[in-house]
Structure formats: structure tokens, C-alpha cells
Write a protein that binds this ligand. Structure first.
Ligand code: GRG
Length: 297
């Protein structure tokens, strides 16, 4: 592995690039309230991990960054839409997100629901209008991946089983994995897969990246559960210990803290092995995998 690679500079540069593009993408217009609300949540912080993964998926597949920028922005819009809906009282009911009042605490529940809907539809339109120099069949495939990962087979399905599982003591490991491979894994997977499709990668490459994504996605969620046990509101930017209070099944709850940490390391090693065949080009994704295991927020 290239030991000169500086992950933190890389993440900051990708974050700045995405934020500039998002700023251009969400120019306020009538009805201003919805743009104000979309911008509030989009620009309230966030690590920009999924958009970075989309650009990295394109790069490792040999594509030029430009072709993936609109999709990377769209993935960030989709992610923000799910956070806004997730924070609603009818869902996970959180007053804080990224250290700031949740969207519905500022704009009210009606506007928050519409803001999620607006970001969802705008994201897909944004890809269609702004992606240049990519054959239509690739673009269609990108749309299909995103629509599937957001819908019943992905985020919606995961969220539904999550809601139904709340307060139940009989939630087992396969159910917990079902929830999180969809709630958290789906969009991480979509980010890498769409980046790779846009680069014109073959099915073998796309499959490898999807395997990597599924492993880091699950590891990301186990770390999230661990942080909920050990983190503070200041560091996390959201309410800690929520899972225990809400009676939610978690990986540390089912496996114990030690076993959960071991599982994270196993998943990260597997993820890294999956992409080792890409040689030097894999360096950013190898580094991101390690970061996921050690992140503190
Ligand atoms: C289709 C709008 C829509 C919703 C689908 C509400 C819902 C159904 C799903 C919720 C999915 C959800 C919020 C999962 C949590 C994923 C997760 C671990 C988020 C935190 O990710 P970070 O830490 O966040 O990358 P930042 O703030 O850094 O962007």
C-alpha cells in the first residue's frame, strides 16, 4: 500500500469539491422555503462519505472524476433525505442531527417531509440533467441501482423492519443484519456501484466493489452502534444512548462490545481483501475501510 497516501487531505479535498458542486446544484428559487430547508440540511455538516465513495468507485474503475460528480451529489441528496425522514417523530424521533436542530425542529414536520421528498426527486433529475458524456444505457443502469437501493429492497424495507422491531426483545442477528444492510449498506453500495458503472466498468469490477461496499457498510453500522454506547452528544452531533432508551436491538446488545469490535475488524479485513486485486488504485478505498473501523463520529 502507498504509505504516502494522506487520507485526511484526500477526504477534505473530496468534501470541498462535493460541497462546491452541491452549492451550485441547490440555487434557491421559488418556492424559496423548500430550497432553504434543503440547503439547511445539506449544508449542516456531514462527512460526505457516500459521495466520496462514489467518486472513488469511479476512479478505481478507471473513470474520469467529472462523469461521477452529478451522481456523487445526488447520493448526498438522497442520504440527506433519509436523515430528515429518519429524524421525524414518526420515525427515529431525534431533535438533533449533525450537532444542529433536526430539520423538522426548524421548519416543522410538514416541510421536513416535503424536503425529504424534494431531495429524493431532485437527486434523480440532477443526474439526468447534469451527467455528460456517458452512454444512455449506463445512465439508465445508474438510475435503476439508485431507485432499487432507496426503495423496498433497500432503505424503505430496512426502515420498515427497524420500526417494527423497536421495543421487541426477540430481534435476532439475521433480522438486525437485514435492517442495517438495507438502512446503512444500501446507499454505500449504491455509491460505489454507480461510480463504477459510470466509469464503464465490467460486471466483475462492479461486483467486487459491491462486495467491498457491503462489508464496509455493515462495519460502519456496527461502529455506529458502538458509538451510541460510548459516544457523547458533543462528539456525535446527535443524542447518544438512544438505542437503549428506544429499546432497539443493536450489535453490541446482541453480540457484546468485544465481539462487535472483532466483527468490525473481520469485515474490514474482508473488504480490503476484496479490492486488493486493484493494486495501487485501491489505496483510497483501503484507507477508507481502515478509517471506518476507527472513526469516532
Ligand atoms: C427514501 C427518503 C427515504 C427514506 C427511506 C427514513 C428511511 C426510509 C431510512 C433511514 C435510513 C437511515 C437514516 C439510516 C442511517 C444511516 C446512517 C448510519 C447515517 C449516518 O451516516 P453518516 O455518519 O452521516 O455518514 P453524516 O452526517 O456524516 O452524513
Amino acid at each position: 500500500m502507498d504509505t504516502d497516501f494522506d487520507l485526511s487531505s484526500y477526504l477534505i479535498s473530496q468534501q470541498l469539491l462535493i460541497e462546491e458542486e452541491l452549492d451550485r446544484a441547490l440555487v434557491p428559487r421559488y418556492p424559496e422555503k423548500i430550497f432553504e430547508s434543503m440547503r439547511y440540511s445539506i449544508f449542516s455538516g456531514g462527512k460526505r462519505l457516500r459521495s466520496t465513495l462514489c467518486l472513488a468507485g469511479c476512479a478505481i474503475s478507471g473513470g474520469a472524476q467529472e462523469v461521477a460528480i452529478p451522481t456523487a451529489c445526488a447520493v448526498e441528496m438522497l442520504h440527506t433525505a433519509t436523515l430528515i425522514h429518519d429524524d421525524l417523530p414518526a420515525m427515529d424521533n431525534d431533535d438533533y442531527r449533525r450537532g444542529k436542530p433536526s430539520n423538522h425542529k426548524v421548519f416543522g414536520e410538514g416541510v421536513a417531509v416535503l424536503t425529504g421528498d424534494a431531495l429524493l426527486s431532485y437527486a434523480l433529475d440532477f443526474i439526468m440533467v447534469n451527467t455528460k458524456g456517458v452512454p444512455e444505457d449506463r445512465l439508465l443502469r445508474v438510475m435503476q441501482v439508485l431507485i432499487q437501493r432507496v426503495g423496498v429492497a433497500g432503505l424503505v424495507g430496512g426502515q420498515l423492519v427497524d420500526i417494527e422491531s423497536e421495543g421487541r426483545s426477540d430481534v435476532d442477528l439475521p433480522t438486525l443484519e437485514y435492517i442495517h444492510t438495507r438502512k446503512t449498506g444500501s446507499l454505500i453500495d449504491a455509491a460505489l456501484v454507480t461510480g463504477s458503472i459510470l466509469a464503464g466498468a465490467d460486471d466483475g469490477t462492479i461486483g467486487c466493489l459491491s462486495q467491498y461496499a457491503q462489508r464496509i457498510g455493515l462495519a460502519f453500522q456496527i461502529v455506529d452502534d458502538l458509538l451510541d454506547v460510548t459516544g457523547t452528544a458533543e462528539i456525535l452531533g446527535k443524542t447518544p444512548h438512544k438505542d437503549a432508551v428506544a429499546g432497539k436491538a443493536t450489535f453490541p446488545g446482541l453480540l457484546g462490545v468485544e465481539e462487535s469490535v472483532l466483527r468490525v475488524h473481520e469485515l474490514i479485513s474482508e473488504a480490503k481483501r476484496t479490492i486488493a486485486i486493484f493494486g495501487e488504485r485501491a489505496v483510497p478505498l483501503l484507507s477508507i475501510a481502515e478509517y471506518i473501523a476507527s472513526r469516532t463520529s
